[in-house]
Design a protein around this ligand. Sequence first.
Ligand code: FUB
Ligand code: ZN
Length: 682
Amino acid sequence: MGHNTHSRPLDLRSVAVTDGFWRERQETVRREVIPYQWEALNDRVEGAAPSWCMHNFRAAARLMEAQRREGAAFQAPSYSYRGFQRAPEDPARPDPDRFYGYVFQDSDFAKWIEAAAYSLSQHPDPELERTADEAIDLVCAAQHESGYLDTYYIINGMDRAFTNLRDHHELYCMGHLIEAAVAYWQATGKDKLLRAACRFADCAAAQFGPGPDQRRGYPGHEIAEMALARLYEATGEEKYLDLCRFFLDQRGTKPYYFDEEARLRDELDGRPHKPDADPNRYAYHQAHLPVREQDEAVGHAVRAGYLYSGMADAARLTGDEGLRAACERLWESVAREKLYITGGVGGTVHGEAFSYPFDLPNDTAYSETCAAIALVFFARRMLQLDPKAEYADVMELALYNTVLAGMALDGRSFFYVNPLEAVPAACHTDKRLEHVDPVRQKWFGCACCPPNIARLVGSVAAYAYTESGDTLWTHLYMGSELTKRVGDAVLHLTMESAFPWEGRAKMTVRADAPVECTLAFRLPGWCAEPSVSYPEGVRRTDREGYCCLTGTWREGDVVALDFPMTVRLRMADRRVREDAGKAAFTRGPITYCLEEADNGPDLHQLLADPRRLGEASVVPVEIGGQTMQALEVPGLREVPGDGPLYADYAPAEVRPVELRLIPYFAWANRGEGEMRVWLRVR
Ligand code: FUB
Ligand code: ZN
């Protein structure tokens, strides 16, 4: 039996996550994060930056209700496009009719409702569903009669809608709305938000396209591409795939649309047009070249990850080989030259962007949480196109390390930026580190990351498994119960797993009648000696790091997987300046770090000793009420002298110490202190 390699994630209602590690995080999202973020979106979290997100929907809904009521007599308030106003002059007395916050504030609602949808698909919760339904009623009430749905322009002046695609995120908000609407429909069967999202997409499809009266634009911040592909897959409506393709095909063509629209804006405002002189402006938006010609990951890292995800979707759905080849080249660029050992990407604060190859600074790292999330999206889509374990290895790395580090263990505070080295005193005083926080924040004015983590954690099962006709692909190991249909037959599968702490996993089959199919399991790249046992009569073929087991599966059949996790001391390619002479500890999918709480201050004086790696032990530790595995490894500490600032060179005096390392995702959960991933090597 052959297996088609194009695959799709499982319907989340057919898989339940059951294991301690992920279930606990999904429960944190359900119990803490979703209710907390709802309060944040409604500006009710004391001490946190106000969001204004739902305030804006209320303002827009009032306006649209007035329009519906008054019909032809309706006169929009003459704001004449007032543009940004991040916050009211007196925060205690906001004008109920004004838009506040970032232009893309609507997307925070969309991410929240998407997270709520995933949570509902795992755990029915009538109260949450009621809150979500009421929020959807409000959002739909804010929709313009044309289908347009972005409160920034609905409130500030619809005459300027779609006039600044480069900076004003309407298509980004549309993309998030679509993602949310599909998820909510799939989780609850309710289609009110889906219908609203389709109307918005139809409105965009009327505006953008090759026709004589249409605009040749494309999103300044990508996500619409992957969202439209998802909408096409959910509804079967070709027009959404066409719009996705149009956006991809237009990007990077000349004359540059962003320049054209800037000229038109100036014309509209009656001011002289001054062309933008910044040569990097196109690369920031991945618009420097047509997408099929791109081969280096550049520009804003979240935008890039979302774009590449949309390209991979379109390549899979249309069989476009040029797109697929570009995706492969861009993947190589990220994975071989621009990826942190924590799975973070986008190393520079300047433009929240990818830097040049092998530039991976540790203390000034930007490594936005959303960028790691975008990389998870891209990796899953590459797996859907072509299941190669190397994609899943990176997906796992990003997920278990930077993505999880983005949220405190109690789910109540968040990192936007994820450095690999932090010294609080420096973070508080050094201008170069202005963007780096040594403690997580309750919320952000630009709160893209927290709800993004919530939606990914809630839907993690969609990254663990994908299916093609007769094949189930296991990419990540997590305790779960799932159902796989093969024709009319149904296979119930139970996965038990000790990940990420131990590399054992076991899949047990339950089936009323024998089912012929392939169960494919990823052999993690970090494991030198994977072992897989399976029932007699099943045929094994290995391809691209997957062990594919084909045969007739019966009740009680078991596949036992053992991926021994050893403590590894890893070094970076010697072209990475910042890691020269340094090493980092990893075990299985987890990257470790040193914290001041365990090792005292001045972590830069600690040295790893590769000769003693064999003496490393794995010890349970409790952090933030959660039990996890720490590492204890013999190392050395330099004895600081009390001499002058400079002296003639002499080898440092060292004393033996026991280094204690904790998972990177758990750092900064025990108060403020130093942290570092890369340490010097003796
Ligand atoms: O622009 C929307 C989001 O805000 C981006 O994805 C993040 O990088 C942040 O800039
Ligand atoms: Zn973010």
